[in-house]
Write a protein that binds this ligand. Structure first.
Ligand code: CUA
Length: 188
């Protein structure tokens, strides 16, 4: 076989492979809908707890069938730990990390991104069927990495939170004690 012919074969193979790889890329992003999380901004990683919206993590109903999940990752937990949304709703995750890089992966779904200190990640998802998913950290983040998990509960499509304004995770505040007698006087 002449050298020219061999060269032609190699060139054709190379072009063919390039087309296949490009095709795989387009198929993954347009066909399967795989995307990197949108990078929506930077915040001071030391001020996360006092920077909106991360000063109030939780699950919020923001529209007719729309939910927003403001999530924090830190060694070694997620906040909120339990996320409850109805099937078919548009759910937007807005997340960052407090200390080191963590992962946010909702098992059995395409929700999978990194939580990076100071960087805000934004990912949209729709959970089609009711069910329970494990939420796991998939970036090694230290001794308690394997303990860092949460739950995503997908309720029936007609489910709504009782109080749409209340953050899901807030523990009930204890009843406020009645005002003490003025000047510390004890009733006679
Ligand atoms: Cu957080 Cu691993």
């Amino acid at each position: 076989m002449s050298a020219e012919k061999l060269e032609k074969i190699f060139l054709s193979l190379t072009i063919f492979m390039l087309i296949v790889f490009l095709g795989a890329l387009f198929w993954a992003s347009f066909g399967l809908g795989m995307h990197l999380p949108d990078r929506v901004g930077q915040i001071d990683p030391t001020q996360v707890r006092t920077t909106a919206p991360f000063d109030n993590p939780g699950v919020f109903r923001v529209g007719e069938n729309e939910y927003e999940v403001v999530a924090l990752g830190f060694a070694w937990a997620f906040q909120p730990r339990e996320i409850r949304v109805p099937a078919g709703a548009k759910v937007t995750f807005i997340a960052t990390a407090l200390d080191v890089i963590h992962g946010f992966h909702v098992e059995g779904t395409k929700v999978n991104f990194m939580m990076i200190p100071g960087q805000i990640a934004r990912v949209e998802a729709v959970f089609a069927r009711p069910g329970e998913h494990l939420l796991i950290c998939h970036e090694y983040c230290g001794a308690g990495h394997h303990l860092m998990y949460g739950t995503v509960i997908v309720e029936e499509a007609d489910w709504t939170p009782e109080d749409p304004d209340a953050p899901d995770e807030e523990p009930d505040t204890p009843p406020v004690a009645p005002d003490a007698t003025p000047d510390g006087e004890v009733g006679a």
